[in-house]
Design a binder for this molecule. Structure first.
Ligand SMILES: Cc1ncc(COP(=O)(O)O)c(C=O)c1O
Length: 308
């Protein structure tokens, strides 16, 4: 089968069992999102938002596109914009890994690095993200570019409700018992939760939050810095639908580092830190006793470890 372009390489990722690092109770299965052309789960939202904007006329053929990104949405947008013929400008906090800027630039994007406000390299805070968003808004205004606005674009959620979620159901062969995901914009968590709960309202949906920064759990943020890049900016995302979250599972930086290493050396999966946080939390959910001994918990391997 010949796919028409890189845009058509997005989605339909394989589901892999993580039976070596979690031997029970139950089973963790994970979508290999790092295999997508932009190297992350964000390719799905990038494609959905750009195609919707082209369809309803908000984005004209050949017009420029701008977005604030932690790097992954930018890589997805760079892929989609290259294939569809739009110049792409990314504004990114300097606290995100330089590998991400290199990839976007390699795909022809212009990258504007925004100095950090209160975070440290590798630890990006909500204030850092707000500063990068402000730069994106300014560029949209000054250069007449289409502002993707991933934190508010509804297509980001529907992308996962119509692709990632149904793919999991098809690949597992029916409903799953649990779903676990770290939250950046929340599009992955909410979109998949919506699809899985539609198939089985009892599917337990858990957000993953770093210890000390758990606004979704309703806790005050006492430690805004953490290593799970691309997620948990210390505030509830703007379009968050709390009815989709049954619980929030905390993870520590040390746990994330440990699961990151184990995923690589025991599973052969060299993935990113949010992927490690997700798998750690999925194992915790299965060990919590809240699910049956033979339960299946699905999660996502959000991006490749080569981006760090
Ligand atoms: C590495 C990584 N993991 C997880 C996420 C979270 O995805 P979402 O924005 O759909 O919540 C992101 C978002 O940029 C990311 O870059």
């Amino acid at each position: 089968m010949i796919r028409a372009s890189a845009v058509d390489l997005i989605g339909r990722t394989p589901l892999v069992a993580l039976d070596r690092i979690h031997r029970g109770p139950g089973r963790v299965v994970a979508k290999a999102e790092f295999l997508q052309p932009g190297g992350s789960v964000k390719d799905r939202a990038a494609r959905a938002i750009i195609l919707a904007a082209r369809k309803d006329g908000r984005l004209s053929p050949g017009a420029p596109v701008v977005e604030m990104t932690s790097g992954n949405m930018g890589a997805g947008l760079a892929v989609v914009c290259a294939a569809l013929g739009h110049p792409f400008i990314a504004s990114m906090s300097a606290g995100n890994s330089p590998a991400r800027a290199r990839m976007m630039e390699g795909l022809g994007a212009r990258v504007v690095l925004v100095p950090q406000v209160d975070g440290l390299p590798g630890r990006v805070t909500g204030a850092d993200i707000a500063a990068a968003a402000e730069v994106a808004r300014r560029i949209a205004h000054e250069e007449g570019a289409f502002f993707v606005d991933q934190f508010n674009a509804a297509e980001g959620i529907t992308a996962h409700a119509s692709t990632t979620g149904p793919e999991i159901l098809e690949q597992v062969g029916g409903p799953v018992d649990g779903w676990v995901a770290a939250v950046g914009t929340g599009c992955t968590f909410m979109g998949v939760a919506r699809a899985l709960k539609a198939a089985n309202p009892l599917t337990l949906c858990a957000a993953v939050e770093p210890e000390g920064s758990r606004p979704l759990a309703g806790e005050p943020v006492v430690k805004p810095g953490h290593i799970i890049q691309g997620t948990s900016y210390g505030a509830v995302p703007p379009h968050w639908d709390a009815s989709l979250m049954d619980l929030s599972i905390p993870v520590t930086d040390d746990e994330v580092r440990d699961w990151h290493r184990r995923l690589a050396v025991e599973e052969g999966l060299y993935v990113g830190l949010s992927a490690a946080a997700n798998v750690c939390a999925a194992a915790k959910l299965l060990e919590s006793g809240r699910l049956a001994e033979d339960a299946t918990v699905a999660t996502v391997l959000c991006d490749t470890g080569l981006k760090y």
